[in-house]
Design a protein around this ligand. Structure first.
Ligand SMILES: Cc1cc2nc3c(=O)[nH]c(=O)nc-3n(C[C@H](O)[C@H](O)[C@H](O)COP(=O)(O)OP(=O)(O)OC[C@H]3O[C@@H](n4cnc5c(N)ncnc54)[C@H](O)[C@@H]3O)c2cc1C
Ligand SMILES: *[C@@H]1O[C@H](CO)[C@@H](O)[C@H](O)[C@H]1NC(C)=O
Ligand SMILES: *[C@@H]1O[C@H](CO)[C@@H](O)[C@H](O)[C@H]1NC(C)=O
Ligand SMILES: *[C@@H]1O[C@H](CO)[C@@H](O)[C@H](O)[C@H]1NC(C)=O
Ligand SMILES: *[C@@H]1O[C@H](CO)[C@@H](O)[C@H](O)[C@H]1NC(C)=O
Ligand SMILES: *[C@@H]1O[C@H](CO)[C@@H](O)[C@H](O)[C@H]1NC(C)=O
Ligand SMILES: *[C@@H]1O[C@H](CO)[C@@H](O)[C@H](O)[C@H]1NC(C)=O
Length: 530
């Protein structure tokens, strides 16, 4: 143990100056201490690369996994589900190993009420069943378009073409709960291919585990951090708001608000797409266009879970309560936090979720105004006699400069090339990881895998293996990358493909058919822009 610390101490050249700032040199800077950052640092450490520094702007570890006190309970106001409870899901493995309390969500435990308070649950089930066929057809359409290399389309267009065209408030509520409530945005702006073909349910199953553990979901991230960080480890620096990231072929220099400077060979950027889109962190020089464009094409959704504490419980016992009103997405999905298996009876906490524009609107107004809106809805459902809450909590992920939204919802048309652009490093120095850069974007497990992926790439490079340099655009119109005469540097393709005659063990980037698909999609994208 002692020698490790000696080594670390030797590699950190710390200079004290007049201000509360420092100048530090290290091998790898991990920017952000959410799941992606902690996962990256842990992987670096595991591969023996212990000379790193994690910089985090807030005063805590966990990022969008965040436990706060409310109504006498610790409540997760960020991520709170494990998506897929199979042993292949590392997040589930951790949650299970720490015996974290929670329940597998039961979507059948639901009560649906309309705006005159009537129980319309049976109508709900009828409409839900009528969505089955169109939604399966939309999924099949996604699989087919993906397999044949046809371009993406909005989920809305796919649903319509599969015969789903909601007009009644019940149909709109069913659609909202089935799509918006997951993606955080309307089907109109959600990608058919990327949304419907999310590999998560395929990989880990469709069960979802809602965590109520009083240690908070963040417990798993803290445990990961403690596995490689000593107490007061100088490699984790909190309250360090990054303002500038200077990069070149030689390395990276990061400046923080307090005037500190951190220099390294590599940096791993784990900020949310909302932060990257906001320009609150300045890249010097600016990021290359191929990177900037794809960052802006990823949508940052907003998913706002509002918690209320009441003097007594007056709502239904089911896990979920749905309000069917005239306005689409207006306080539609509610969660009874003391449904069986969740908080004990008498906790009297009710939760309601808003997404997208409704969420943005509510973030911008006072909590009293939001409470008044919520009580007006609840009184149509449960009568005028119900009490006002004693407390309300309205998280503001969208306004928070460290997040600027909740999670990524890929925009229409981000193809495999787009994914490669999101994941590719810049100049072989600046690496990008986070929930949004994973094919299975949006989740805590996405962030876990992406952190490990880039840490692996850096460790391989430092260890003398191949180094990822950056994004290589495919040669436009070139259809024979596997050929012997394929030259990635060439700008003109003369169309004659000379394939190897013997089996050879040449490493080619990808198969020809995949390449044709990518090129087709690339050209299509390009056409769209012109
Ligand atoms: C309301 C909500 C509900 C969600 N529900 C679920 C769910 O049920 N299940 C699930 O799997 N996922 C859910 N998610 C998504 C999940 O929480 C995220 O995908 C995941 O936590 C993201 O991890 P990350 O490391 O990629 O990003 P982050 O957690 O955002 O980590 C990035 C870190 O960078 C820091 N940072 C940003 N800017 C700066 C700066 N300028 N200087 C220094 N530091 C900076 C941030 O403070 C943060 O700690 C939810 C998210 C939200 C907000
Ligand atoms: C972190 O690295 C140190 C030094 O190589 C090693 O002893 C320790 O086991 C590592 N911890 C983890 C969790 O990988
Ligand atoms: C970070 O800042 C918060 C609020 O100013 C403070 O309470 C906390 O002690 C600080 N933490 C560190 C590690 O500096
Ligand atoms: C988790 O619970 C099981 C069974 O209840 C118990 O055997 C185990 O020791 C617990 N593990 C932890 C880490 O608390
Ligand atoms: C609510 O449902 C009941 C029973 O189906 C119906 O009579 C009533 O008109 C509905 N109210 C509204 C506002 O739709
Ligand atoms: C989509 O297409 C890619 C490339 O052909 C393939 O690897 C992938 O498995 C497909 N995804 C699905 C869900 O069919
Ligand atoms: C095309 O280019 C390759 C590689 O430069 C060369 O070997 C081949 O002769 C060229 N073919 C034609 C038809 O020009």
């Amino acid at each position: 143990m002692f020698s490790i610390f000696l080594r670390i101490a030797a590699s950190l050249l710390i200079t004290s100056t007049a201000c509360q700032c420092e100048t530090v040199k290290t091998k790898v800077l991990v920017l952000g201490a959410g799941m992606a950052g902690i996962s990256a640092a842990r992987s670096l450490n595991q591969s023996g690369l212990t000379d790193f520094v994690i910089l985090e702007g807030t005063g805590r570890v966990g990022g969008r996994v965040w436990k706060v006190q409310f109504g006498g309970k610790n409540i997760d106001i960020g991520g709170n589900w494990v998506h897929g409870i199979s042993d292949d899901n590392p997040v589930w493995e951790m949650v299970k190993s720490y015996n974290m309390t929670g329940i597998v969500s039961n979507w059948d435990s639901i009560k649906v009420r309309n705006s005159s308070g009537h129980d319309v649950t049976s109508q709900w089930h009828t409409v839900l069943v009528s969505l089955d066929e169109p939604s399966e057809a939309a999924y099949d359409l996604a699989v087919e378009r993906n397999a044949t290399g046809q371009p993406d389309m909005p989920l809305r267009a796919a649903l319509k073409s599969c015969g789903w065209n909601p007009t009644s408030s019940m149909e709109k509520a069913v659609e909202y709960a089935s799509y918006d409530w997951g993606y955080g945005e309307e089907p109109d702006v959600t990608s058919l291919l990327r949304g419907e073909l999310d590999p998560t349910p395929e990989l880990y199953g469709e069960s979802e585990y809602l965590i109520t553990d009083q240690r908070g979901y963040v417990y798993i991230i803290k445990q990961m951090a403690e596995s490689f960080l000593a107490e007061d480890d100088q490699r984790l620096k909190l309250n360090k708001t990054i303002t500038t990231i200077q990069w070149s072929d030689d390395g990276v220099t990061v400046t923080t608000k307090d005037g500190s400077r951190y220099t390294a060979d590599f940096a791993i950027v784990t900020f949310s797409m909302g932060v990257l889109q906001s320009n609150s962190v300045e890249f010097v020089p600016g990021l290359p266009n191929w990177k900037r464009e794809v960052i802006f094409r990823v949508r940052m959704s907003l998913y706002t879970t509002i918690y209320m504490k009441f003097p007594s419980k007056f709502w239904d016992d089911d896990e979920y309560i749905v309000y069917v009103g005239e306005r689409r997405g207006y306080f539609t999905v509610w969660q009874n936090m003391e449904a069986e298996g969740l908080f004990p009876a008498g906790t009297n906490i009710l939760q309601v979720t808003l997404t997208a524009e409704e969420a943005r609107r509510v973030e911008a107004q006072s909590d009293q105004a939001t409470q008044a809106e919520i009580m007006a809805v609840l009184r149509t459902m449960y009568g005028a006699g119900i009490p006002d809450p004693t407390d309300i909590l309205v998280p503001r992920w969208g306004q928070d400069p460290f997040f600027r939204g909740s999670f990524a919802n890929w925009g229409v048309g981000i193809d495999d090339e787009g994914l490669r652009k999101l994941q590719a490093p810049v100049a072989g120095r600046l690496f990008f990881a986070g929930e949004a850069t994973d094919l299975a974007y949006g989740f805590i497990h996405s962030a876990f895998f992406e952190g490990a992926r880039v840490a692996g790439a850096i460790a391989t490079c430092v260890g003398g293996g191949p180094c990822e340099e950056g994004y290589q655009p495919p040669r436009r119109g070139c259809t024979c990358p596997a050929a012997d005469n394929f030259d990635i540097q060439a700008t003109v393709d003369n169309g004659s493909c000379l394939y190897p005659t013997s089996g050879g063990d040449r490493i080619v980037p990808f198969s020809t058919s995949f390449y044709i698909m990518v090129v087709t999609a690339f050209i299509w994208n390009d056409m769209k822009w012109h």
